[in-house]
Unconditional design. Sequence first.
Length: 188
Amino acid sequence: MSSGAAAPLQLLDGAELAADEDRAARFELGAHRILAGLVRGGAALGWVEPPDGPEVAELLGGVLAAARAGDAALRAAYLGERLVGLGYWVRYARPTHRPHADLEKVAVEAAAHGRGVGRALTAALIADARRAGIEVLTLDARGDNAGALHLYRSLGFTEYGRLPDFVAVGEQRYDKVFCMLDLRRPPQ
């Protein structure tokens, strides 16, 4: 990050990212940098070992394809030209769950923590879900991720369940916390 004036936060959606091949390629590289770096630092993002570039590219390709079909939303956060965060939700595939989606990932590089990036990404994804007609947005988080759980609660998510000691990272065990946001109610 530069030491000059702070660049304004810019959020792009999946269509904006995919519209420019060069930007899309840089996004993939930046997303890999962020996800691998966070996992290397112990972040609870679903991987025990940092994902490799092709794995991240495949994941993002699937999310973008689902977004084009109206079954997902992807957001990228930039400070100036630097990708500092990303997040996405995906609609549930089961026919009885189609009105609902899971907020699968919100990831912000460590250097950008405390700058409102996670809040802006999550709020944008909630707005995208409302526009897509999602009725209930769910997520799960590792129980020791107090910052994320606080953020989600502050945006209206409520805890609806917890599996004690469910997440295994080596010898460590953590609760898996389930949260939901009912989008059938008007925003507050």
